[in-house]
Structures are given as structure tokens and as C-alpha cells.
Write a new protein. Structure first.
Length: 414
């Protein structure tokens, strides 16, 4: 091999890694692991000090002075929610969720996967008003983590199961967005809310007028974000609202060689995908996964907040997703994912208990006291880790259903 060929191969491998959908999950895992190590090392002091450092700016009437952690959770994560909103819109209008028949199985499974973990947490924390605010923490699935682990199982996982998990996670994210909007909104400031409404109306008007350039949407979206931040509604929801107004062209019924996906929504989703997957979400994970293990006591491990989150993710998710999916299939409302075995469907249901990013995000909305936030991190880590390991082991054990046998002449055997 010549020396000229080696760099090219390294570059190709590098590009191939960043082009894989699951690679963002690997980067997120690495960021979380580094944060965990730093939080339990001599660098813990500087790590937490940087996160609590105040950063501010003033631009005319716009003035903000928040901690680095707040900028990450309320500012940077708005880009994550913008991408999530674009993905939901594309899947509903032009993707796997565009036909009602395709929505039934992942949709009802997602509903079961939200309800059962929330019920487990609520039952364990009944009678404690402060702890009860965390009922939605174990209700979310981390799509990047889950797809990353699914990819580790290799080609033995049918494509239909990957589509099922992706669709379920998208609908799961939609449920989490609605929960945040309804249950985790602070006291409303009507003036700022009116400004957000005006910005949103302008975005809708641009959509109706068929404005195709992205910059007017993004500039107005920035104003929308500031008004939403000031209104008491969580600022990241501005990203979802912005996504819903950006024009999306559907794929032609009979695409030809000249058909191109050039709509603003497709362009923006393409532009955001890698920065969000390889920068925004890992930065969020790095900033929020720092769990000082020395601060964890036996009492904390048996506390109902930590147990409610861990059991909700590990037990509640697999029960809610698998039993609901099984019921839907048995009732004939939907078919089993193509070439997938029942064991593999159960393995993917276990994998849905990986709730890292969204679970930590909801935990930051539900709690403000350090002890409860520490218990939240411990519960999310425990539930997600056990779900990831068991899900991967089960995917390695269970094999896909073999394709139907074919009789002589190529016809399928009856």
C-alpha cells in the first residue's frame, strides 16, 4: 500500500463514521462517560464552577444573564428541539408516519411506553408533592443512544425493527414535548406571551406566502425563542414551533431523475443533523451527566425518586412498549415488524428504557434542589445502563424470523 493511499482510507473511515445515523449515540456515550469521570476527579471543582459561571449580553431590549448550564439547557437545546420538530413533521407528512396503518403499532407502543413508567414513578412517590413533579422523567426514550446500541447488534436486526424503534422514539419525543408544554410551564407573563404569538403569526404568514429562504424563518425564530424564554413557557419549545412553520415539500408520487428535496425544511434538517448529533447533544450530555459518586448514599439509592426513575425506565418501558405492541398485533390492528421475531421485539422494548437525554432534560425542569437532581441523575444512569446492556444482550441472543420457504419454481410455500 502506498503512503498516498493511507490518509485517504483514514479520511474515508472518518467520513463513514460521521455519516452513520447511530454514530451520534456513540459520541453521546463518550461525552457522558467523560463527564462522569471528571465529576469524580480533582477536576470536579473547575467542571462545576464553569457550569455555574454567569454569561450575559444586552442588545437593545434583549438582555440575558444566565449560567453556562442554563445557556446549554435553554439555548443550545433549542436547536435539538428544532431538529426533533423537523423530523416529526417530515415523518408525519412524508415519511413512515404518513400512513395511518404505519402509525398504529409504534404509536400505541409509544403511548404504553409513556404511561406505564409514569404510573410506576407516581405510585412510588404518591403523597410527596415535590417528588411527584418528576413523574415524566422516565417516560422518554433517547433515540440517539437507542439507535447507537441497536447498531452494535449488527445486521442481525431487521430494518423493520429499526424503523419501528425510530418511529416510536419520534412519537415518544412528541409526547415529551406536549408534557413539557402542559406540565412544566412556569408562571406566564402575558406581554412576552403576546410577543411570542406575534412572532409565531409572522412565521405562519411567511409559510402561507411561500417564503422559501431560510434566514427570515431563523431570524424570526430567534425572536420567538427570546419571547418564549421570557414568557414562562420553556424556551426550547420555540424550536418545535419554528419547525412546524418551515415549508416542507412532499416527495412526488412518481419521483424521477429531476426530483430533488430542496424544500427549506429538508435543507435545514440536513444542515442541523450533524451539528446537533455531534455537538449539541454531546455538550448537553457532558454538562448534565456529571454525577459525583461520593455524594450517593445508601439512603439515596433506596429513595423513591431514584427508584421510581430507574424502575420506570427499566421495568416500565419494556412492559409498556412490549405488552402494548403485542396486544396490537394479537388484535390484528397491525402486523409484526417484517422478519422480526417476538424475542427481538422484546429486546427493542427493553432498549426503549434508555432515556438519557430527554430524561435528564425533564429532570432539570421538574427539580431545582441539588439532592433531587443527584437522585435524578443516578436513576437515569441506572435505568438507562441496565436497559442498554440487557437490550444488547437480548439482541445478540434472539435471531430474526427466517424468510418464508420457497417451493420449486420460485413460488412461496403455503
Amino acid at each position: 500500500m502506498s503512503s498516498a493511499e493511507r490518509p485517504q482510507r483514514r479520511t474515508s473511515a472518518f467520513r463513514e463514521f460521521f455519516n452513520q445515523e447511530a454514530s451520534g449515540g456513540y459520541v453521546l456515550m463518550a461525552a457522558a462517560a467523560v463527564a462522569l469521570v471528571i465529576a469524580n476527579s480533582p477536576l470536579a471543582g473547575p467542571y462545576f464552577a464553569v457550569l455555574e459561571t454567569k454569561l450575559g449580553f444586552a442588545l437593545g431590549p434583549l438582555a440575558l444573564n444566565e449560567t453556562v448550564l442554563h445557556w446549554i439547557n435553554d439555548g443550545l437545546m433549542a436547536l435539538f428541539f428544532l431538529l426533533v420538530g423537523l423530523e416529526i413533521k417530515r415523518e408525519v407528512l412524508d415519511g413512515e408516519l404518513s400512513r395511518p396503518s404505519r402509525v398504529v403499532l409504534p404509536g400505541l407502543a409509544a403511548l404504553g411506553g409513556v404511561a406505564v413508567p409514569a404510573l410506576i414513578y407516581a405510585a412510588l412517590n404518591m403523597g410527596d408533592p415535590e417528588a411527584s413533579r418528576g413523574w415524566a422523567i422516565p417516560a422518554a426514550t433517547d433515540i440517539a443512544f437507542a439507535l447507537g446500541i441497536l447498531a452494535l447488534a449488527g445486521d442481525r436486526v431487521p430494518a423493520s425493527l429499526k424503523i419501528f424503534l425510530t418511529a416510536l422514539a419520534v412519537l415518544d419525543d412528541l409526547a415529551a414535548i406536549l408534557i413539557i408544554a402542559v406540565f412544566y410551564t412556569a408562571d406566564l407573563h402575558l406581554g412576552a406571551l403576546g410577543g411570542a404569538g406575534a412572532a409565531l403569526a409572522l412565521l405562519v404568514a411567511m409559510n402561507r406566502l411561500k417564503v422559501r429562504r431560510l434566514w427570515p424563518y431563523l431570524l424570526t425564530g430567534l425572536v420567538l425563542w427570546w419571547f418564549v424564554l421570557e414568557s414562562g413557557v420553556h424556551a426550547t419549545l420555540a424550536g418545535v414551533a419554528l419547525a412546524m412553520t418551515i415549508p416542507l415539500d412532499r416527495t412526488p408520487a412518481r419521483p424521477d431523475a429531476h426530483s430533488h428535496r430542496t424544500s427549506p425544511a429538508h435543507r435545514l434538517e440536513h444542515l442541523l443533523h450533524k451539528p446537533v448529533a455531534f455537538a449539541v447533544v454531546p455538550i448537553f450530555g457532558f454538562a448534565n451527566a456529571g454525577l459525583p459518586l461520593a455524594g450517593i448514599t445508601f439512603e439515596m439509592l433506596t429513595d423513591t425518586v431514584m427508584l421510581g426513575i430507574a424502575l420506570g425506565l427499566f421495568i416500565g418501558k419494556q412492559i409498556g412498549v412490549f405488552l402494548t405492541a403485542l396486544l396490537v398485533i394479537r388484535l390484528g390492528w397491525s402486523d409484526m415488524p417484517r422478519h422480526a421475531s417476538l424475542g427481538q421485539l422484546y429486546a427493542v422494548s427493553v432498549l426503549c428504557g434508555v432515556g438519557f437525554t430527554m430524561s435528564l432534560f425533564v429532570g432539570n425542569l421538574a427539580f431545582t434542589t441539588p439532592d433531587l437532581l443527584t437522585e435524578t441523575k443516578a436513576g437515569v444512569f441506572a435505568g438507562s445502563l441496565v436497559s442498554a446492556v440487557l437490550g444488547l444482550v437480548l439482541l445478540k441472543i434472539f435471531r430474526p424470523e427466517p424468510p418464508p420457504a420457497r417451493a420449486e419454481g420460485g413460488d412461496a410455500a403455503p
